[in-house]
Design a protein around this ligand. Sequence first.
Ligand SMILES: [Zn+2]
Length: 120
Amino acid sequence: MLHNNENYEGEVSDGKNRRSVKCKYCNSVILSPASASFTSLEFQLPLIKQKKVNESNPETENVSLFWVVNDIFTFQNVGFSNTVGNNKYLTCADCEAGPIGYHDIPSKISYVALNRVIHC
Ligand SMILES: [Zn+2]
């Protein structure tokens, strides 16, 4: 079983991210401190890849802890990869590693998976 419920309690302050959210591969800043809200929901996200690949049936994992971003202009840096249904996958704008989360097209809300990024 994949372990994605690490203890992130220290990262949440007043319901928001206490530290910067960065790409784990290139250290690019994705979100500034206190710019996203913590939430818990279930989503099947394809496994993260360091390089962009277009697979029709990617292997997924169940991810449940996310930073919610209501406006894409809140991001310091973010890229979009392929669209699947009502979702676009989020990637690092600098090195294209991803998906680091997903964007819900109808609501325009983005979700960044806590276990796909680093906090520092
Ligand atoms: Zn990166």
